[in-house]
Design a protein around this ligand. Structure first.
Ligand code: AMO
Length: 462
């Protein structure tokens, strides 16, 4: 009968320190590198917390030579002080168990020594995540989600879950995915817009973090067919109130990432296709890093600083763009080129407010004194639109008229309009493109870098 191989470890890489010198431990992970100097082998072994140096000698050296790199192994051994300059302690192996062999040639090199295109890396995403610079992005993503949830709950928002298979378009437009729903037409939700507004009737402040679907034909670095959005809706709030909420939320997320994952943030500033270097952390540098990384020059006092975000009205933006040669007039939407020019004029985060009503969806409220303008805003980071939001029309008659004006069928909005007869409070909200926020936070130029398995017009797998 063959010997039963243990699959559980005693220590993670980031728990192995001087205190353990002389102890017998068991580690698990993947072989990244083997430096063979004849009588000794220096093995770099990685787990999800970091890298370990394993020393192999005698018969084990023959065994390790037979194991292909990136194979999954379990090593038992004794912790000892290391003579190497950049390694404090190492593990002198006395048993190596091969748990799962990596078949070569591998489709990509997860160490980053050999560069691969984003597309190729996504084709082998599970393996790509062994590159610490890639996995850092997804650890940061997880922390950012947690931070957003904590922040919104601290402001008494209730997390909700609304349907993703729906009967009517929420945002209008042609970019709806249609599907067959037991013989009827159904659509994949473009946003939770109608539900989140209805829910203010009973819950007042709601938020949802979920996947939304848009049949985006344009192939850009910021559009996906499936994206994650953070949606907020709050009763008795004007659009300026929810702008403040989003500014506070972005500030909180940046602060939490700098405090909780400074090393991962630092890794995202390095090129993915470069051998991994160990990042150093010093939490006292948080203020300095805010400035360095995000171009934010606020003075940070513990966790209480306010992130002041510049506000530019749509009208001012149009005038600025005319000044730099963009042939625009009032009422025109801002093209990609225009947004890139505007991003050159306003670095970092800024709001564009008070858009013309004609550019906004039916549910947006007009400004009382200037009904051609809307109570609306976008939050930008340079050229990139991160958030769009506004005050909503809560008068059922006016809302119905807007639906008709925009060429939509009010019959399709019956359920929605019904809720407006039950004491609908004035309310405002926004939708934040979470993937785009992650692009900014991780210094990624393509949204596909921050989404594990992106979906676009060309990609439906893996
Ligand atoms: P909007 O359509 O502007 O507004 O979407 C909100 C935010 O979602 C992100 N986003 C996308 N991200 C990646 N790929 C896409 N195809 C994509 N489409 C949108 C953007 C955008 O700013 N219901 C309103 C929000 C509201 O008013 O509450 C809405 O959906 O970052």
């Amino acid at each position: 009968m063959s010997e039963k191989i243990s699959i559980s470890r005693s220590h993670f890489a980031d728990c192995i320190s001087n205190d353990l010198v002389g102890s017998d431990i068991c580690i698990a992970g993947w072989i990244e590198d083997v430096r063979d100097i004849g009588k000794l082998g220096f093995v770099s072994m990685r787990d999800f917390t970091g890298i370990m140096q394993v020393i192999v000698a005698g018969d084990l050296l023959g065994e390790i030579r037979m194991i292909p790199r990136q194979s999954c192994v379990l090593v038992e051994g004794k912790v000892q002080r290391s003579k190497a300059k950049n390694v404090e302690v190492e593990i002198k192996a006395n048993k190596i168990s091969l748990l799962s062999k990596a078949n070569h040639p591998l489709p990509i090199d997860p160490t980053g020594r050999v560069e691969s295109s984003t597309d190729k890396r996504i084709d082998s995403r599970a393996l790509d995540l062994r590159n610490p610079k890639v996995s850092a992005i997804f650890r940061l993503r997880s922390t950012a989600l947690q931070s957003i949830r904590n922040f919104l709950r601290s402001r008494r928002f209730v997390e909700v879950t609304t349907p993703k298979i729906i009967g009517t378009s929420t945002e209008g437009g042609a970019n709806l995915f249609r599907c067959d729903y037991f013989g009827k037409n159904a659509y994949l939700a473009q946003s939770p817009q109608l539900y989140k507004e209805q829910l203010t009737v009973g819950l007042e402040r709601v938020f949802e973090i979920g996947p939304y679907f848009r049949a985006e034909k344009s192939h850009t670095v910021r559009h996906l067919a499936e994206f994650t959005s953070v949606d907020v809706e709050a009763a008795f709030h004007d659009y300026t109130d929810v702008m403040k909420i989003v500014a506070d939320l972005v500030r909180k997320v940046i602060y939490d990432l700098l405090q909780q994952c400074p090393d991962d943030l630092k890794l995202t500033r390095e090129k993915i296709a470069e051998p991994h270097t160990v990042a150093s952390s010093n939490p006292d540098e948080i203020g300095h890093r805010m400035e360095e990384i995000f171009g934010i020059s606020d003075n940070i006092v513990a966790d209480t600083f306010a992130l002041k975000i510049e506000q530019v009205t749509y009208e001012k933006a149009i005038n600025e763009l005319k000044g730099v040669g963009e042939p625009l007039s009032f009422g025109d939407d801002l093209s990609d080129t225009a947004l890139r020019k505007l991003g050159d004029l306003h670095k970092g985060f800024y709001f564009i407010t008070d858009w013309p009503m004609k550019l906004k969806p039916f549910y947006i409220h007009e400004k009382e004194k200037h009904p051609e303008l809307s109570c609306s805003f976008d939050l930008q980071y340079g050229y990139l639109e991160l958030v769009s939001g506004g005050r909503r029309q809560h008068d059922p008659e006016k809302l119905k008229n807007r639906i008709v004006e925009q060429g939509l069928d009010p019959g399709g909005f019956e359920d929605h309009l019904k809720a407006f007869q039950w004491g609908m409070p004035p309310h405002s909200g926004w939708g934040l493109g979470f993937d785009r926020l992650m692009m900014v936070l991780t210094n990624s130029q393509n949204v596909r870098e921050v989404v594990l398995y992106p979906r676009d017009a060309e990609r439906l797998r893996p």
